[in-house]
Design a protein around this ligand. Structure first.
Ligand code: G16
Length: 561
């Protein structure tokens, strides 16, 4: 029996503009009649000629409203001429796994249902993101096209008669408007785990954990009730033989247990506390959709994401994937600490500085100019897929610890010994009112064209910095020439220290101000100093210069990293 499709009338919704990584709004916004359908139709319409007869991957982090969204997407794909939808079991696929599956099965792209590290549940956030055929987040050109379509949409196509049980693994076949249409429900972790076993030497990591040639490494992995739970169980408990108490919060929950599934020192405080007690030698946490990671050593020794990616880039000899494919180039997002630049310089490799957003790495990877990259926002990854990858980062770290026979802290100390230390911190002021934040950014932006700023001396305590330059970061993609403007105001000091201000593009309402501070030290007596103490003068100078408290009313940040 051929199922019938319908064209339904609709009206545009305001604000369906994808941010740093997809459209993120309150669940209640997505639940409005036609809201989700409109956005999905715009994604499908933006695919143009590549839509008819294609295969798409659909999955998400298991948050509230995910299953409803999968159902809508399947019905709309059926009606829009898609040939096949590959969907994760119960709608579950981590963001890195979606990227892996898109690439493995050479599909036209995928739709990821996540608001990443934002809280979940009926009163929290949901998100929809489109990934293209390289497995990575859609670039600005595509998301702008989606947004333009959303402003003028008058109808969408849907086939309500497609009833699909996503709790059953296997193929379900339909005939829709006389065309064949298939939904294949896949195991959520198999493809990803197989790939990780190609990239890393699981035997070596297993030996490290069980202590084959010395003391066992006690690890504690916290999945924060996000999507990584099933991946953690399979990889760390079943494949690598870690004891059952090595993994916590591995049941994915629709509301992440009521917490922010964000792996940082504030929201993963329980991991920090457990590591401080000294029983574990290695700790890690992931965010809701599994693309972010935080790495801790014994006694909660914190590895900044900026250092983490630099260490991985410096130790590729311990990772079979890089031995096989080589390392073509390195990259970081603009606000990320510059530790990786020093590794690139020493190794004679290209290093790229892109705007915040993983989507900016994709072209460089596709052009074979980039292998390893990272962001200060707890994103670390490589060209094995086109998303940042939390579990990959942990496996990379464990491979390095096994190869170098050192603790996390020893690896960092040895790294700073070679390269010096880029001290880095980020202050977040969450849920501010948008208007005053926009004004503050405009004032900072104007300083860039104020000639009197260069050479100006700014002091706090006994520290004095001289402004070398202020600008608003602009990026020209070296591969396709596209330009991204207004990516954050940089205040560059004459000694190489940096202050960066930008507004987050991942919030669902209001504004979040991010203040990034970095300063470099080559004197080894400073390496073990507390980053907050070292950077305090620069933080205070940044706050005075920006008048942040006057604009936002905030005297303290919500999160300090
Ligand atoms: C997303 C992007 C990242 C970006 C991060 C922070 O991460 O994929 O590339 O660094 O947002 O963005 P913002 O500072 O604009 O909030 P995720 O993990 O939220 O998808």
């Amino acid at each position: 029996m051929s199922l019938t499709c319908f064209t339904k009338s609709t009206r545009p919704f305001e604000g369906q503009k994808p941010g740093t990584s997809g459209l993120r709004k309150a669940v209640k916004v997505f639940q409005q009649e036609n809201y989700t359908e409109n956005f999905v139709q715009c994604i499908l319409s933006a695919m143009g000629g590549s839509l008819t007869g294609c295969t798409l991957v659909v999955g998400g982090d298991g948050r509230f409203f995910g299953k409803e969204a999968v159902d809508i997407i399947i019905k709309m794909c059926a009606a829009n001429g898609v040939r096949k939808v590959i969907v994760g079991h119960d709608g579950i696929l981590s963001t890195p796994c979606v990227s892996c599956v898109i690439r493995k099965y050479k599909t036209a792209g995928g739709i990821v249902l996540t608001a990443s590290h934002n809280p979940g549940g009926p009163n929290a956030d949901f998100g929809i993101k489109f990934n293209i055929s390289n497995g990575g987040p859609a670039p600005d050109g595509v998301t702008n096209a989606i947004y333009d379509l959303s402003k003028h949409i008058v109808e969408y196509r849907i086939c309500p008669e497609v009833k699909c049980n996503i709790s059953v693994i296997g193929k379900q076949e339909y005939v829709v408007d006389s065309r064949p249409f298939t939904v294949e429900v896949i195991d959520s972790v198999n493809d990803y785990v197989e790939y990780m076993k190609e990239i890393f030497d699981f035997g070596i990591i297993k030996d490290l954990i069980r202590g084959a040639s010395g003391t066992p490494l006690k690890v504690l992995i916290n999945a924060m009730h996000g999507v990584t739970g099933p991946y953690v169980r399979r990889i760390f408990l079943e494949e690598l033989g870690a004891s059952a108490d090595s993994a916590v919060n591995i049941e994915p929950l629709e509301d992440f247990g009521g917490h922010h599934p964000d792996p940082n020192l504030t929201y993963a405080a329980d991991l920090v506390k457990a590591l401080k007690e000294g029983e574990y030698g290695f700790g890690a946490a992931f965010d809701g959709d599994g693309d972010r990671n935080m790495i801790l050593g014994h006694k909660a020794f914190f590895v900044t994401p900026s250092d983490s990616v630099a260490v991985i880039a410096d130790n590729t000899d311990y990772i079979p994937y890089f031995k096989k494919h080589g390392v073509k180039g390195l990259a970081r997002s603009m606000p990320t600490g510059c530790a990786i630049d020093r590794v690139a310089e020493k190794k004679g490799m290209e290093v790229f500085e892109v705007p915040t957003g993983w989507k900016y790495f994709g072209n460089l990877m596709d052009a074979d100019r980039l292998s390893i990259c990272g962001e200060e926002s707890f994103g670390t990854g490589s060209d094995h897929i086109r998303e940042k990858d939390g579990i990959w980062a942990v496996l990379a770290w464990l491979s390095i610890l096994a190869g170098r026979k050192m603790s996390v802290e020893q690896v960092l100390l040895s790294h700073w010994d070679t390269y010096g230390r880029n001290f880095f911190t980020r202050y977040d002021y969450e849920n501010c009112e948008s208007e005053p934040c926009n004004k503050m950014m405009a004032v900072l932006d104007a300083m860039g064209s104020d000639k009197s700023m260069a050479g100006k001396k700014l002091s706090y305590g006994d520290k004095t910095y001289t402004i070398a330059k202020i600008d608003n970061f602009e990026y020209r993609d070296p591969i396709d020439g596209t330009v991204a403007k207004n990516q954050g105001v940089r205040i560059l000091m004459s000694d190489g220290s940096r202050v960066v201000f930008r507004l987050s593009g991942t919030g669902s309402s209001g504004a979040t101000v991010r203040l990034y501070i970095e300063s470099y030290e080559s004197n080894s007596s400073t390496f073990t100093k507390n980053a907050q103490e070292v950077l305090k003068p620069l933080v205070e100078i940044a706050l005075q210069l920006s008048k942040l408290t006057e604009f936002t009313g905030r005297t303290l940040p919500t999160v300090i990293t």
